[in-house]
Write a protein that binds this ligand. Sequence first.
Ligand code: 16G
Length: 241
Amino acid sequence: DQVGRFRADNPSPLYLQLQQLIREGIGGNVLNQGDAIPPERDLAIEYDVSRITVRKAIGGLVEEGLLTRRRGAGTFVAGRVEKSFSKLSSFTEDMAARGRRASSSWISRAPGQVNPEEAMMLGLSPGAPVLRFARIRYADDEPMALEFSTLAGYCLTSVDAVEESLYTALEKVGNRPVRALQRLRAVPFGTEHARMLGVDPGHAGLLIERRAFLRDGRAAEVTRSYYRGDAYDFVAELSDI
Ligand code: 16G
């Protein structure tokens, strides 16, 4: 698909012009979220510019967050997700609200006994039963996040109760959390996490730790979510009333 043409009378550097054309293509829906950007050499031939120019143009748009690179797959139009920092929603709901299909692949899920750190976070006694879930989370097959969850054993009887959504499973047994505390921190992805998300090691990530509670005040969940920094905007409404 042709995204546009250079104008011969445009005095600005070629890489900026190319960036502008790609931006217009995205704005004008010629290029849509998730679409692949043609390989460097194709763009160079198409627009009759050097590959260095193409690389510079694409590199700048990746830095801006408009495009995203996936290792071994290519460069794509980024689908940034705006996520409320004050609403207690689930990943599945967040994606559905954006017309995207959530899916997961399991890294592991197993029952166990609470470790000291989890016991502190969940307010459980030593040895209390917990369920642990680790998964890669996708939006329309694009990896978005890694999540490591520990649920207090009294919330759910078995790990098999969770098919896709943790919160749906909890809701079914009347144990969906109603309140949560969250902490957000910037983290560079290490080799293993980067591999699972298809990004380069050192890629910017956002770690959100959520501690969620049931209506009766007991803790239900502690989850560490590692979101791709290039895919998320966290937004919050502030007020001073
Ligand atoms: C979100 C929550 C996570 C929760 C999960 C449940 C954040 C930062 N984290 O990712 O704590 O466990 O949703 O999603 O929002 P699910 O119901 O789709 O499994």
